[in-house]
Design a protein. Sequence first.
Length: 465
Amino acid sequence: MSYDLVIIGGGPGGYNCAIRAGQLGLKTAIIESRGKLGGTCLNVGCIPSKALLHASEYFEAATKTFPSMGVKLSGVELDLPQMMKQKEDAVDGLTKGVEFLMRKNKVDYLKGFGTITGKGRVEVAGSDGAKQTLETRNIVIATGSEPTPLPGINIDEERVVSSTGALSLKQVPGKLIVVGAGVIGLELGSVWRRLGAEVTVVEFLDKITPTVDTEIATAFQKILKKQGVKFELGHKVTGVQESGAGLQVTIEPAKGGQARTLDADVVLVAIGRRPFTKGLGLDSIGIKTDARGFIPHDGHLKAGEGVYVLGDATTGAMLAHKAEEEGIAIAQMIAGQWGHVNYDVIPNVIYTYPEVATVGKTEEELKAAGIEYKVGKFQFMANSRARTNHETDGLVKVLEEVATKKVIGVHMVGVGVGEMIGEICVAMEFGASAEDIARTCHAHPTMAEAIREAAKGVDGWVMQS
Ligand code: FAD
Ligand code: NAI
């Protein structure tokens, strides 16, 4: 059997590449070893985490917010098995939907593990042990990533868990220690705090969410603290010991100093993810990974002759929509069309309450690069919809490059900002200035008016505060 492209890995990068290739009339196969399409994102990532974030947000609102809104409830209780079931229903529906999309676009879906055995050859080992070899003009590596382990700490996915275990705990832990104040730690920490856990986050660096603009990260941390999350910044976890029915977590200042222990029922290790390339057969085509295990590419997603790479397996943000963009670009390039990813406009959302949404350069990055910029800011406290909804935490910050008069970064923390960032991405793709946004009529009363006000702030004419 000879293909135009064989995609190894059925995550958002791989399956979107397959759909686009199918649309373009390319003979396409996709190989996936986990038994279900959708990759990390649909099975143990974006989707189940958002299902739990959404449901736990309702639970907390019912107990904490409804009474102040004049809605009296009694007998509110957590039904954790049902909360988990609705999460699994969401995952199930979506993974089956992806399988349907493969059929619709005439993509062959092979269940099994793919290994490259030479130029244009991929061997598939099925779960039943049967092997077959596919011949192809192009190979697309879309094998994704896995949690980075913490040396010396055994992840049993019951009491010491990665994100995968933390998405399926059977009961609410009394005390949850989260290692790493990144996206996973804060999203899943939020879920379990809302459901009743006492959450302490241990972070190696002196700030949470290190890649987020510092002003936004600081405001975000303050909000999380107010919600009851405890932080041990500038600390590392050096050991986890069993102690009766619980666990004892040893932490030390990152810069050295006295060790302390913290009690925990569950420890979530969320210190990043690493590319997954085990058993892929890269040697057979002379491809080497970089020092951190990523497969490098030439700037156009080519890792070698007739070999492309995308998503978490290669460099750049480890995000589903970044993988999707790359998948589309690869399919188009193989079909002889234009393929392009604008890495300057990849949004980033942390789906906590409130959310954090960012795109483009941070102030720290602009300063380090010596790029002259102007800033406009607006606090949600002064936005009429935020005040009406009693959701006033947070702010919007718009950064404009002086030389080009183009918006170069937007950073927000606030309720619903994850949906609002789309407006900014469109504006940035069209090369908008802050004035373009400021002179665009926004519906009133909406939270998005805060973006317009912050954009006005770039040229010094904020009107609502
Ligand atoms: P993956 O989704 O990892 O898919 C790779 C697939 O390849 C896997 O299914 C794997 O089984 C398969 N595979 C690997 N090797 C082989 C082989 N040799 N043969 C056959 N199959 C193979 N990103 C967001 O943008 N938004 C979010 O809200 C978000 N939330 C997340 C929450 C959590 C808890 C986690 C862990 C991640 C989250 N992410 C989120 C990140 C997102 O899941 C990843 O960036 C995305 O899934 C990467 O897509 P991918 O296609 O590169 O790889
Ligand atoms: P992360 O890179 O976001 O955060 C890891 C944190 O752990 C960092 O703050 C880092 O300084 C800290 N850390 C590293 N080693 C440590 C140690 N030994 N002790 C204490 N702290 C330590 O990684 P995370 O949260 O595991 O997420 C992995 C990836 O998944 C992210 O890169 C993100 O792109 C993706 N993701 C995206 C989501 C979204 O878009 N909403 C949601 C969840 C994950």
